[in-house]
Ligand binder design. Structure first.
Ligand SMILES: Cc1ncc(COP(=O)(O)O)c(C=O)c1O
Length: 391
């Protein structure tokens, strides 16, 4: 028998912080093993099934042998055309489906690969924090350095671009921003996007706007696409996903749109790493993008009802929370004397309510926890009651 080899993870893997949601899963398993009647408000995964017409489209198209072979790398042209039509209808943004749209196996995949296409060792990737944990990790995987732009309440959770040190700015090549924002639920207006565009042009930084939550809104004013603002296509791209809008997190279908050189660069990485999305999923994705707004309105109303219950409930208990106009997250300040981890642990152990500690999204999230509106109105009400009993 041959000798067992020693398997040593690469330094880039050894240096990784534990993936936030894998840690949350462990907390969840422990609580469930103890028999806790857990109300899980920790992960942004819609609890409502994918609309029937999308599942039906998949059922029909999965039988077609033409869909059983390797898909095209950039995505079926018909899928990219559907994306371009959706952008035109929703945002009045014109996109060339051949050069300005790229299909992704979830926006996480595209975000994770983006720095590989554009970052050289030592280059900086600027990213908002607290934020989606993939931005800094993707920068590290590409040999780059992450620079955290803190999102603070006093700045309406928008980054202060003028506070970035000149030494960082000189070597900065990419910037990740995300509005409506996870986890703070903040929205950006046109003037912020205008500022970002001129900052990017002045400093030669490519903007990657993560727009995963633009369709989860509760007020009359709809969230913006970054590409609606003049000049955006000169400086960057937008990541979008079918995950949250159509309750399709498990399907892994998303897209990047915008600057054609940025799209081509990301496409080149993907061509060498993956082989595109199962065509039957793309066919179902086309059907999803044509969904009647009545169906989506019903979904938004469901989240809105939950938002109102949770916001009113928590503020009545004396907790300070935002009232999200978009996204399905409430960003809640911990009561005085509690850190994010302490408060998360308290409400998990004493109330059986699982939330995400704010510091898990980056140091500026310390002192907050995030609640996701992913349980029914009744369970949301129960979560408020249980927390009320311990506060
Ligand atoms: C801000 C943000 N961006 C991107 C994603 C990734 O979504 P997906 O890979 O399902 O498209 C998520 C998922 O939670 C998210 O919160």
């Amino acid at each position: 028998m041959s000798k067992k080899i020693s398997i040593e993870p690469a330094k880039r893997v050894k240096n990784l912080p534990p993936y936030l949601f894998a840690l949350i899963d462990q907390m969840k398993e422990k609580a469930l093993a103890k028999g806790v009647d857990l109300i899980d408000m920790s992960i942004g995964d819609p609890d409502i099934p994918t609309p029937k017409h999308i599942v039906e489209a998949m059922r029909k198209t999965v039988k077609n042998p033409a869909n059983h072979q390797y898909p095209s790398y950039a995505g079926m042209l018909s899928f990219r055309q559907a994306v371009a039509e959706w952008y035109k209808k929703r945002f009045n943004v014109t996109l060339n489906p051949k050069t300005e749209v790229l299909s992704l196996i979830g926006s996480k995949e595209g975000i994770g690969h983006m720095p590989l296409a554009f970052i050289n060792p030592g280059d900086y990737v600027l990213y908002t924090s607290p934020g989606y944990p993939v931005y800094p990790v993707a920068a590290l995987f590409a040999g780059g350095r992450g620079y955290e732009m803190p999102l603070l309440e006093k700045n309406n959770y928008l980054p202060d671009l003028d506070a970035i040190p000149p030494g960082v700015l000189k070597k900065a090549k990419l910037m990740f921003i995300n509005y409506p924002n996870n986890p703070t639920a903040a929205c950006a207006d046109k003037s912020f996007f205008r500022k970002v565009i001129s900052f990017a042009a002045d400093n030669n930084i490519m903007i990657c706007h993560d727009a995963a939550y633009t369709e989860m809104y509760f007020e009359d004013e709809k969230p913006l696409s970054f590409l609606q603002v003049p000049g955006a296509k000169n400086v960057g791209i937008e990541f979008h996903s079918l995950s949250k809008t159509y309750n399709m997190t498990g399907w892994r279908v998303a897209f990047a749109v915008g600057n054609k050189d940025a799209i081509a660069g990301l496409g080149k990485i993907k061509t060498n790493i993956d082989s595109g999305i199962f065509q039957a999923i793309q066919e179902a994705g086309i059907e999803a993008l044509k969904t009647d707004d009545k169906i989506l309105k019903k979904l938004r109303d469901t989240y809105k009802k939950r938002r109102d219950i949770l916001y009113k409930g928590l503020t009545r208990l004396g907790l300070k929370a935002n009232r999200p106009e978009a996204t399905f997250y409430l960003w809640v300040e911990c009561p005085s004397g509690y850190s994010s981890t302490e408060f998360t642990t308290l409400i998990l152990n004493k109330a059986g309510v699982l939330t995400t500690p704010g510091n898990g999204f980056g140091a500026p999230g310390e002192g907050y926890v995030r609640f996701a509106l992913t349980v029914s109105a009744e369970r949301t009400q129960e979560a408020v009651q249980r927390i009320g009993q311990i506060l």
